[in-house]
Design a protein. Structure first.
Length: 368
């Protein structure tokens, strides 16, 4: 996929004029203003909005030709941006934020009238925590157009984060600039159904065993409860989000069986049930959950099925993606992770299940 990387005007806030031109006065609006719509887990601190999970995005609608934001980043986060259109596989602009107290111009030179910008964090929490301080416009900030009628939450690991989706060689190393959650099975499925979505995902995480036993005793069922990917506190509360998903998809287990080892089934079952109960506790027992197993190990599907049955919870389904779902040459990106083509095939496996669980009709259209 063609990527567009632009160099943005980046100015230190210290000593910066709030006027782009002598005759144009900018209107500054706090990031926490209710007219701005955030999707994903965020924390409001004063007038700032902070987040680090993959895939968090905001919509800003405004009058006039210009939009900028004051922001900060703890490391080097990458973003996708769209202007006056819905999110699609190819962003209008792709850029990195790697500084504190920075001004980023999101749109300029637009025609008169109303415009909307969508900005999505495409890299995971380990690449940085991002804070929006305020927005600057040359016209009035307007109420965002509102959330879509459908919403899906995805819980996963590096596959869900988008590790290597923009790479075309399985021997490539991890690079933050080729990690793009917008090209994952999750984003593809959400676009197929015309749904908003949020991701709760972290590379290397498992249910009861992380990749190569890293971080033993702290796994995705624990991380799922957090506001931030990279901090154990504060804990997430459903009241912090303005959405309730229509369905939750779990795609975990690959790391449990990594490096030729596997967890005890009892431990896996206990932790999986704990995750299911957290999800049901957040959204209610009527919200359906789809539990997906990867081709990591032939036992993984049995582990998941055993956990679902033992949980006794309602509206929980399970499925597996077999090793024949995609090939292991052209469909792989960095470090043997699925690239965009591979993710399209994974999404095509799960979309019928989501359709059945939600009652959303499948359409005769291309996955993208």
């Amino acid at each position: 996929m063609k990527r567009i990387t632009l160099i943005f005007l980046v100015l230190a806030m210290s000593g910066m004029s709030l006027s782009a031109k002598k005759d144009a006065v900018l209107i500054e609006t706090p990031a926490s203003d209710s007219r701005v719509e955030y999707t994903g887990r965020t924390l409001v601190e004063g007038t700032d909005v902070t987040y680090d999970w993959s895939g968090v995005y905001f919509r800003v609608r405004f009058n006039g030709p210009y939009l900028a934001m004051k922001c900060s980043d703890t490391k080097n986060c990458w973003f996708n941006l769209w202007t006056d259109k819905q999110m699609s596989p190819e962003a209008d602009k792709v850029f990195m934020v790697g500084a504190r107290d920075t001004l980023i111009v999101l749109a300029e030179g637009l025609g008169k009238g109303e415009h909307e910008v969508i900005l999505q964090k495409r890299t995971e929490g380990e690449q940085g925590r991002f804070t929006v301080h305020s927005f600057l416009t040359k016209g009035e900030l307007l109420q965002a157009n509102g959330r879509k009628e459908r919403h899906i939450e995805f819980v996963g690991d590096s596959y869900t984060c988008g590790y290597g989706t923009e790479s075309h060689d399985r021997n490539d190393p991890f690079l933050a600039e080729t990690e793009n959650c917008n090209l994952t099975y999750a984003a593809i499925a959400a676009r197929y159904f015309g749904a908003d979505f949020n991701l709760v995902s972290h590379s290397g995480q498992g249910i009861a065993r992380n990749y190569d036993n890293f971080g033993a005793g702290y796994h995705m069922p624990h991380r799922y409860r957090q506001v931030f990917n990279t901090a154990k506190e504060p804990l997430w509360e459903p009241s912090m989000g303005a959405y309730t998903p229509d369905v939750v998809v779990i795609y975990l287990g690959t790391n449990d069986f990594s490096t030729g080892e596997q967890p005890l089934e009892e431990n896996f079952r206990t932790n999986y049930i704990s995750l299911l109960k957290s999800i049901k506790g957040n959204y209610g027992e009527d919200i359906p959950v789809l539990c997906m197993g990867s081709p990591a190990n032939p036992y993984l599907y049995d582990y998941i099925r055993s956990a679902v049955v033992a949980s006794g919870l309602k509206n929980v389904a399970y499925m597996t993606v077999s090793r024949f779902a995609h090939n292991y040459e052209d469909d792989l990106g960095a470090s043997w992770h699925p690239n965009y083509q591979g993710h399209i095939k994974v999404a095509s496996c799960m979309i019928p299940y989501i359709s059945t669980l939600t009652g959303w009709k499948m359409e005769d259209k291309i996955y993208k």
